[in-house]
Structures are given as structure tokens and as C-alpha cells.
Design a protein around this ligand. Structure first.
Ligand code: NAP
Length: 337
């Protein structure tokens, strides 16, 4: 089997560490692994396949000889380094928002639009974590009965904002329990024992950027610009996994039984749905797993063609590292690397 020289940019971050885990767990054929981060992490050692790999500072010469560059460094570093990596001959799979809406960059969730990888010109973008889990569940339904409108409310874990956000929730929880003030740094308000309906910046239309990402990215991935999408994105004091309450309006009526039947066959989806025994997806149980979990599937009593459901997935795995490695697997399997 052909093996590849792989670089991880942002290796010391939350997604970067998950990249290392996922590459090992899925036995991605890695010839050499290069770990890159900022100068702050230079010299740090991280374990991969039973040996230690030293982290080096990313720079203009970092991508020589690299076949696949997995980026998880944030948009600014990606805008600067992705073109350099492409010029050096690497295919970049980028987790930041930098390239997602670029018309020359495929935005890919392998269960939905793996074929789009073929159109790449060096960069493939990984979608926003909230969008990924939603389209994995909605696309198979849309193929059977066209979706007209989606209303989604998210309950997003702090890990979606990186390592520093996890530390902020831990520290604030202790402070608040001790009756002390919790001063926010990562989030605009205290996140411990609270919900914050603001993820990313506010835009002129009064939605946040995170909410509009769910609109635009859903259109691009599903090749369905006609679907009306409205989102409210909320940060919740959960460490890992995003949860979503999704209300879908179809062109024709769709029963909950039919939807469950379709989803049972859908790649990447696992149904957990039995109200008689309080079985439904939950953030705690989805953490550390690969599937997109769907439950609480029910007819929306307020609309004849409506369905409601609850979708949960690990945002650091399927929402980031796993999805990107799956893209690399598609590229390798189809001889596009
Ligand atoms: N967390 C999620 O669930 C999730 C989901 C989807 C997408 N994403 C996206 O993935 C990216 C990484 O997220 P994260 O949660 O892993 O963040 P994180 O925990 O804050 O990690 C950021 C990583 O980027 C590195 N970095 C920062 N600036 C850099 C620079 N100028 N040059 C090279 N490396 C640099 C950091 O290195 P140092 O350690 O040296 O500072 C660190 O390794 C972000 O764009 C985020 O939006 C995250």
C-alpha cells in the first residue's frame, strides 16, 4: 500500500491532537509525520505510533516533501501557509474557515459529497463542526424527499473554541462553586452554569457568523442553494459534542418511521431513538465516538410536511479531525493524492 508524508499544522491544539489519534486509530498509511505549530511549541515532543515526534515552528519551508497537510491552526495562519504548502506539492485539508466559501475550494463531508474532492486545486476545506453533523443526517432524507426549510438551534460545547476554552470552563466552574467571580477571556460572558447565544461575531443581519456559516456551508455541501436555513447557535457548558434541535420542512409529507428507515441505512449515522426507555443521543455519550447520532425523530405537529429531530456528534472528531482524515482516505483510495 502506498504511504504518504503527512504534516499536521496546529498539532498541539485540540484538533491537532485528535488528528494524531485518528491517524493512528484508522491506520492511515503515514510514511513520515511532521508536527507543526507556532514558535511557542517548538521542541515539544508528541507520541505517534509508539515513537516521539518533535514539534517544529511552521514556516515557508515546512512543507517540502509533504503529500498531505492537515491544517488546524486557525484562519490567519491558514491563509498564509496553505498556498505555500500547495506550491510545495502538498494537498491541504483545512479545518479553519479561511477557504470554505472560496469557489475554487471544495467543501467536503465524505458521506455527502466525496466526489467534490476531485475538483480541488490543492486545498480542500473541512466544514464548520455544526454544519457537518447536520448535513450527514439531512442529506439522505433530502435525496428521498426534497427539503424546503430547516430551522436549527445548536447547543455547542466549549471545545469548539479550542483548548483555551476547555480550560476556561474548568477554571470558571471551580471559581463559581467557591463563590468567586469568573472573569471571561475566551467567551464574551461567563460560560460556567450559563448559556451564551453568541458564537463568532455578529453580522449586519443580526445573525452571528457561526449561524450564517450553517446556511452557506449547507448549501455548498449539499449542492442545494434553494434550502432555506435559519440557525441560532448557542454555547453551552459542555466539554465535548455539539447537540442540535432541527426542524425540517419537506416538499412532501415524511413520516418519522420512514425517516428512521432512511437514516438507519445512511453512512455515518446511528439512530438512538426509543422514548419508552429514555433513549436518545446525548453529548456525554457521543464524546470520543465517530458517528452522528440522531434521535427524538417525530412528526412536527405544527406543519403537515415537518419533522423534528435531535442530532449529536463529537465536534472535535466528526466535526473536525475525523472528517478531514476521511477526506484524505477518499483521496488516497481514489488515487487523487
Ligand atoms: N475545536 C473544534 O471542535 C473545531 C471544529 C472544527 C473546526 N475547528 C477549527 O480548527 C482550528 C483549530 O482549532 P482548535 O480547537 O484545535 O484550536 P486550539 O486548541 O486553540 O489549537 C490551535 C493550534 O494552532 C496552532 N497555531 C496557532 N497560531 C499558529 C500560527 N501562527 N502558526 C502555526 N500554528 C499556529 C497552535 O499552536 P501553539 O500550541 O504553538 O499555540 C495550536 O496547535 C480552528 O480554525 C478552528 O476554528 C475546530
Amino acid at each position: 500500500m502506498k504511504a504518504y508524508n503527512v504534516a499536521i499544522l496546529g498539532a498541539t491544539g485540540l484538533v491537532g491532537q485528535e488528528f494524531i489519534k485518528v491517524l493512528q486509530q484508522r491506520r492511515f498509511p503515514v510514511k513520515e509525520l511532521k508536527l507543526l505549530a507556532s514558535g511557542r511549541s517548538s521542541g515539544r515532543k508528541m507520541a505517534f505510533n509508539g515513537r516521539e515526534v518533535e514539534v517544529s515552528e511552521a514556516g515557508p519551508t515546512s512543507f517540502r516533501g509533504i503529500d498531505v497537510a492537515l491544517f488546524s491552526s486557525g484562519a490567519e495562519a491558514s491563509l498564509y501557509l496553505a498556498p505555500i504548502a500547495v506550491k510545495a506539492g502538498a494537498v491541504v485539508i483545512d479545518n479553519s474557515s479561511a477557504w470554505r466559501m472560496d469557489s475554487e475550494v471544495p467543501l467536503v463531508v465524505p458521506e455527502v459529497n466525496a466526489d467534490d474532492c476531485r475538483l480541488h486545486r490543492g486545498i480542500i476545506a473541512n466544514p464548520n463542526c455544526s454544519t457537518i453533523q447536520m448535513v450527514v443526517a439531512l442529506n439522505p432524507l433530502h435525496r428521498v424527499n426534497r427539503i424546503k426549510r430547516v430551522i436549527v438551534d445548536t447547543y455547542q460545547s466549549v471545545s469548539g473554541a479550542g483548548q483555551a476554552a476547555i480550560e476556561e470552563l474548568s477554571a470558571q466552574t471551580r471559581l463559581v462553586q467557591d463563590g468567586r467571580n469568573a472573569i471571561p477571556h475566551v467567551f464574551p460572558h461567563q460560560i460556567a452554569f450559563n448559556l451564551v447565544p453568541e458564537i463568532d461575531v455578529f453580522l449586519d443581519n443580526a445573525y452571528t457568523k457561526e449561524e450564517m456559516k450553517m446556511v452557506h456551508e449547507t448549501h455548498k455541501i449539499m449542492h442545494a442553494p434553494e434550502i432555506a436555513v435559519s440557525a441560532t447557535c448557542v454555547r453551552v457548558p459542555v466539554f465535548i459534542s455539539h447537540s442540535e434541535a432541527v426542524h425540517v420542512e419537506f416538499e412532501e409529507p415524511m413520516s418519522a418511521e420512514k425517516a428512521r428507515e432512511i437514516l438507519a441505512e445512511a453512512p455515518g449515522v446511528r439512530i438512538l431513538d426509543d422514548p419508552t426507555v429514555s433513549l436518545y443521543p446525548m453529548a456525554w455519550e457521543a464524546a470520543g465516538t465517530d458517528d452522528v447520532f440522531v434521535g427524538r425523530v417525530r412528526q412536527d405537529h405544527s406543519h403537515p410536511n415537518g419533522l423534528a429531530m435531535w442530532i449529536v456528534a463529537d465536534n472535535v472528531r466528526k466535526g473536525a479531525a475525523l472528517n478531514a482524515v476521511q477526506i484524505a482516505e477518499v483521496m488516497a483510495a481514489r488515487g487523487w493524492l
